[in-house]
Design a protein around this ligand. Sequence first.
Ligand code: GDP
Length: 369
Amino acid sequence: MDEDIICIGCGAVLQSDDPQKAGYLPKGALEKAKNEENTDVYCQRCFKLRHYNEIMPVDLNNDDFLALLNSLAEKKALIVNVVDLFDFSNSLLSSLKRFVGNNDFILVGNKFDLFPKNSKQSKIKDWMRQEANRMGLYPKDIFLVSAKKKLNLESLISYINDQSQDKDVYFVGTTNVGKSTLINAIIDMMGDIQNLITTSRFPGTTLDQIEIPLENGHFLIDTPGIMTDNQLATHLNAKDLELISPKKPLKPATYQLLPGNTLFLVGLGRIDYLKGESTSFTVYVARNMYVHRTKTTNADAFYEKHKGELLTPPSPDDQMAPLKGKEFKTEFKSDLLFGGIGFVTVPKGCLVKTYTPDGIGLGIRRALI
Ligand code: GDP
């Protein structure tokens, strides 16, 4: 009989359908366990955790996430929302505001290594705070870090140690913000704690959580990543995601534009310059990303002809919605935001229309540079 087997590490039901979900085990290994009636089995995530001290991300849908948040509200906790500085508005968890309650909450902006070299940390933090406030969230502190390059992690770790004297620390975040990379970097910097890491089930959900012991007897708890439809990352295949993700600090590329001109950022972003003077638009995207300038009157035809080839990604196999636009008027020098792709700095006094698939990740902020 085909009975469910439970992972002895985290208690999730073992499955081989979705590597991103809890309890994943490759098909061969799961069948072997079933054939041999072996019930002493770890899921791939717990296996890696035990043997390589490495945490793999697990994704959560919104219902599971709400259950998780509900249980947080009843606890004394420090809540750490890890966000992607390149997709900030979509990785900030607005639903947190209902659950933070009396708990402290901080924002950790990851991928800081990608910001242009001359960026001012104070300006970035001011922008994050304003955006958070606009969504009804009031972070006690804001950190800018790079999990990959291990930037500013010491100060984050010492803050966490200080603030967790009487409570546990919960890391929450949407998928692809780099939460796993960050937790792994923190584990790495905290030394050899492999045997102290435990996994246990989160009450109210079927998903496991990872508990990392802190010096003060409390725990840092890694919760599963939340999938949202508002992130380009969830719609792109792995190769395309790799292509648009910057690897090195962004460098400006300047384009001189007149009203009536359009810029394409591969097939994922478009800017129509509607009104203003002849001026330069400064593009900050991954270095190998193709940017194309054309006349707005030709833009639709150009896009239809070249999407999926010259304008790739998206590739034909990405399930991508059509481009949808939004108008912005710049009241000061501003960055037009294309969440997950980058941004474009334009001067004061321009009327533009920006587009992404279904309008995902579009926004504007006062220029940071
Ligand atoms: P998770 O889904 O939030 O757990 O995200 P991952 O840790 O799997 O990271 C998602 C992607 O972001 C991966 O391609 C990472 O290499 C990349 N990434 C994570 N942290 C950083 C960082 O600090 N800087 C840069 N440039 N990339 C990062």
